[in-house]
Design a protein around this ligand. Structure first.
Ligand code: 5GP
Length: 175
């Protein structure tokens, strides 16, 4: 059965916002190299589009951690599934995430990365659900604040589907 999906943030708005974020990040990192740490899998679409709009040198690495299962409920556990390939020592790390929800994943990850000797660590998220926060996280760059609804598209999945939608949508589930 197909899920019903309604558009929350249209494709053009997402694209425009990523361009603005790219311009801001390029200004803030003038004269430096941005080392993007993309959090798999959800942030891949956003990280690629963002990287294309950053005009200072960019390097990129990937990390995968799990905090959600296959559905829309949290498992309550943060686990590193794939660690970075390269050292971040002395680098200007920009963590790129799809969405900050409770903040559990990011508060754990940012602490982990800060302990590895980077020159700086900042966080850029496409979406933020501030009303759901239980763990404090400082977000340096935010695309959009969204209400407490389960969103899909632009890398975000529901049971691994809908990551390829070019907009942010809300999926109506039975649970
Ligand atoms: P947190 O640790 O902040 O609670 O959760 C972060 C992760 O939960 C995100 O990277 C994302 O994978 C997942 N998540 C949180 N809210 C949503 C949502 O509305 N839709 C989807 N697809 N995933 C979400």
């Amino acid at each position: 059965m197909d899920d019903k999906i309604t558009v929350m943030i249209p494709e053009k708005d997402v694209d425009d916002k990523i361009r603005i974020l790219g311009e801001q990040i390029s200004k803030d990192y003038a004269g430096k190299t941005v080392h993007i740490v993309c959090i798999l899998k959800g942030a891949v679409f956003f990280a690629c589009e963002l990287a294309k709009r950053i005009t200072v040198p960019v390097t990129i690495d990937f990390m995968s951690c799990s905090s959600y299962g296959d559905g829309s409920t949290s498992s309550g556990v943060v686990k590193i599934v794939k660690d970075l390939d390269q050292s971040i020592e002395g680098k200007h790390v920009l963590v790129v995430e799809d969405i900050v929800d409770t903040g559990r994943t990011l508060s754990y990850l940012l602490e982990l990365l800060r302990n590895r000797g980077p020159e700086s660590v900042k966080l850029c998220t496409l979406l933020d659900k501030p009303e759901r926060r239980t763990h404090e996280v400082h977000v340096d760059y935010t695309g959009f604040e969204v209400p407490d609804e389960f969103v899909v598209g632009y890398g975000l999945d529901y049971a691994q589907k809908y990551r390829n939608l070019p907009y942010i949508g809300v999926v109506e589930t039975d649970d």
